[in-house]
Design a binder for this molecule. Sequence first.
Ligand code: ADP
Length: 300
Amino acid sequence: MYDYDLLVVGSANADLVIGVERRPGAGETVLGSDLVVHPGGKGANQAVAAARLGARTALLARVGDDAHGRLLLDSQRRAGVDTVGVLVGGAPTGVALITVDPSGDNSIVVSPGANALLAPGDVRAAASLFQASRVVSAQLEIPLGTVVEVVRNLADGGRFVLNPSPPRPLPSEVLAVCDPLIVNEHEARVILGDACVGAGPADWARILLAKGPRSVVVTLGAEGALVASDQGVSRIPPVRVTAVDTTGAGDAFTAALAYRLAGGASLADAAAYAARVGAVAVTRGGAQDSYPSAAEVEAL
Ligand code: ADP
């Protein structure tokens, strides 16, 4: 029996957002709207999304001993995430400086801050969390060596889910345990490089699977998703909604999928549920603010 459905190992950032008429060029200063600060980072987003659905969730992350770190801890606790694994101090909390223009295009500068200090030793020190977790999920906004240590610390029978974002080459040791590797179209293109040319998403899924993961999910935004395993490739139809803000949809999808896998669902069933969660999330503004409860997913 596991104490947690899901342990998320990943980043926690404060997103500092300013609306601007026009994003500034080199050497230019523009005036913008009032500053809005949101809790974000892919790890923190996934943990909140899972907990809001009812998953017993823990987060292993690092934040600074500062106001942004407290904002992140508060949002995790409000959602019901166990923050026993959130380490504090060593560097300022990670920050994303975001300017958004009226067309919705943005420019983003990320300062990883404390996320860059989440070290392999922190993973080893959290061994009891790993032993207590049915599924562990990670992303790549923390050092790659830390993700390698994560896969070495999975519980016997534990399952690993990876969203390789931002995309970069992965060691075969990590690829081999991904079940699934979850990529959006952008991540698939970066990882596959030339192999993408002239191929469609179903081919991408097959080529990614051939690189070693036990299973692959390709998310396709409003087009739904594809799942690939040794059973073949199948399509998860989209849930038709009117999207207002797709920020953080992929994080909600990954969290929901990991939660359902922890409950014993098949990959296809877990992905179908995740598509419903992603669909609700895009009907609302923000990332964490947009994540639904299980009842809201039912009501869709
Ligand atoms: P990311 O946020 O990483 O770019 P996607 O845009 O592929 O990822 O979205 C993740 C999932 O969220 C999709 O597979 C889909 O299930 C759901 N989703 C995203 N955008 C929409 C949309 N416009 N309508 C319905 N579902 C959506």
